[in-house]
Design a protein around this ligand. Structure first.
Ligand code: HXC
Length: 258
């Protein structure tokens, strides 16, 4: 499918969605987020794809929701369109793993989009922030909720109330990103991680993603029960027999998603 604001490539089981509005530092407008959702649905439904990467440019992952698109809107406009609510839901429902490969600015909705992915690999020039307070508003795509869960209340409050940016080193130290890599190697590292994931059984991959995500939604005892039942259920797959059999036979497993 042809897109106007993103570039999608599928190579060796990995779909890469590159945000591509260079003149606006990849600001997220309705068209771009609509296209990201469409590309995610296609990747989720494409048997060849086993992992997804969302990335931007060296200068900006995304500098936030498009301020020019939002500036004239009224409360009723935002409420009745449930501004970016549907898009947030679609991203959250994607079953295959999504890696955010972030270089440059990840601000406002850009930081929130990165946090909706399953983990973030940051280039050493990455800058994260929730500067909406400078515009007379607050984060609206999960910033007050997800950032607080990632980095704790004190840092989340600091960032959301002052609008200051966090560099890659602080983001890694605070648990916002899983690793920091030299900017030039960002895509190589993200692809290597995606290819590692692509080697696994898709059944255990999806079960694992669901189990980790449940930890944000439920109590510890309910989460542990969910995990245990998912773990038990995987013993009904051929891939469990293959994975454990391969270990004992000292060879690499050939998973078939069965
Ligand atoms: C629209 C944007 C934009 C944005 C940058 N641009 N960010 N356009 N929406 N969020 C545009 C600029 O207007 C400019 O276009 C071009 O991109 C280059 O930006 P500059 O400002 O000239 O670049 P620079 O001086 O390098 O500064 C980079 C920056 C700054 C620090 C990232 O652009 C910035 O502060 N941007 C806004 C960040 C922000 O406030 N994000 C939160 C948005 S609210 P022109 O045509 O003028 O040259 C949000 C809410 C999410 O995200 C919730 C949704 C539900």
């Amino acid at each position: 499918m042809a897109y106007e604001t993103i570039i999608v490539e599928v190579e060796d089981h990995v779909a890469t969605i590159r945000l591509n509005r260079p003149d606006a530092l990849n600001a997220l407008n309705s068209e771009l987020l609509g296209e990201v959702c469409q590309a995610l649905k296609e990747a989720d439904g494409n048997d060849k794809v086993r992992c997804i990467i969302i990335t931007g440019s060296q200068k900006a992952f995304a500098a936030g929701a498009d301020i020019k698109e939002m500036s004239d809107k009224s409360y009723v406009d935002m409420f009745m369109s449930d501004f970016f609510g549907t898009e947030g839901g679609t991203i959250g429902r994607t079953r295959k793993p999504i890696i955010a490969a972030v270089a440059g600015y990840a601000l406002g909705g850009g930081c929130e989009l990165a946090m909706m992915c399953d983990f973030i690999i940051a280039a050493d020039n990455a800058k994260f922030g929730q500067p909406e307070i400078n515009l007379g508003v607050i984060p609206g795509l999960g910033g007050t909720q997800r950032l607080t869960r990632f980095v704790g209340k004190s840092k989340a409050m600091d960032m959301a109330l002052t609008g200051r940016f966090m560099d890659a080193e602080e983001a890694e130290r605070s648990g916002l990103v899983s690793r920091v890599v030299p900017a030039k190697q960002l895509m190589e590292e993200a692809r290597a991680a995606a290819e590692k994931i692509a080697e696994k059984s898709m059944i255990s991959t999806i079960a694992c993603k669901e189990a980790v995500n449940i930890s944000y939604e439920t109590t510890l005892s309910q989460g542990l029960l969910f995990e245990r039942r998912a773990f038990h259920a995987l013993f009904n797959t051929e891939d469990q027999k293959e994975g454990m059999g391969a270990f004992m036979e000292k060879r690499s497993a050939q998973f078939r998603d069965r």
